[in-house]
Design a protein around this ligand. Structure first.
Ligand code: 3PG
Length: 215
């Protein structure tokens, strides 16, 4: 798990993707690679998710592909069969988390309150998704809950964009930020993969800036 978390931290940003058509998976993967961010959370909000993950992981083994919006153990199985390397969920479903932990499948369950965070610690998790980040209290909330849970790291997602990314990443307990701003469904539908690459590069540059300032 640590190696996976290290990789996520190195990227600093995890693009959260909704793909309606698996045909868009490879152009999207290429756009992210061209933007120097070979990483994505492909959400199980659409029927195309499993095939999209399969295409991305088989054609781009260099990419770190996770499955998002995983609500059931069947979806965990589908994601792993397709080659996903980690699981993300919007909430902490004890059944899904236990299923993953028992099989040593890395999972970042969504937590938005101290009870969920304690449940995650009880499962031995080192990092959780903080969702929906901006709506649930943003960085101020994370700083408050990070105080008692001294070992927990956070992947805030929800309402994060190029404007507030640096603010989040400047706090060391943030592992990385998730977000859809560079891979909006509209851009994918309109096949504006050049725009996705441009916004992805901008996000990568913001991560570099904040890391330079911190070192
Ligand atoms: C998620 O799926 O984790 C969030 O809905 C992504 O949030 P965003 O679209 O506000 O980035």
């Amino acid at each position: 798990m640590n190696t996976l978390l290290d990789q996520i931290e190195t990227f600093g940003v995890v693009p959260v993707v909704v793909l309606d058509h698996a045909d868009d998976a490879l152009p999207l993967a290429q756009a992210l690679c061209d933007g120097h961010l070979p990483c994505a959370e492909v959400t199980f909000r659409t029927e195309a998710a499993k095939e999209a993950i399969r295409l991305m992981t088989s054609h781009h083994p260099e990419m770190l592909i996770g499955a998002g919006t995983v609500l059931t153990t069947d979806q965990v199985d589908s994601a792993m069969e397709a080659g996903a390397r980690f699981i993300v969920s919007p909430g902490l479903n004890p059944k899904v988390v236990k299923y993953c932990v028992d099989r040593r499948i890395p999972i970042l369950p969504g937590c938005a309150n101290p009870s969920d965070m304690e449940a995650a610690l009880e499962f031995g998790l080192k990092a959780v998704k903080f969702f929906p980040a901006e709506q649930a209290g943003g960085l101020a909330y994370i700083k408050a809950v990070a105080a008692p849970y001294t070992s927990l790291r956070f992947l805030p997602t929800g309402g994060i964009n190029a404007e507030n990314l640096k603010e989040y990443l400047s706090y060391p307990r943030i592992l990385a930020c998730g977000g859809s701003w560079m891979v909006k469904s509209q851009y994918i539908h309109e096949h504006r993969f050049d725009k996705i690459t441009r916004l992805t590069r901008q996000a990568v540059e913001l991560v570099r800036e904040i890391r330079r300032e911190r070192s």
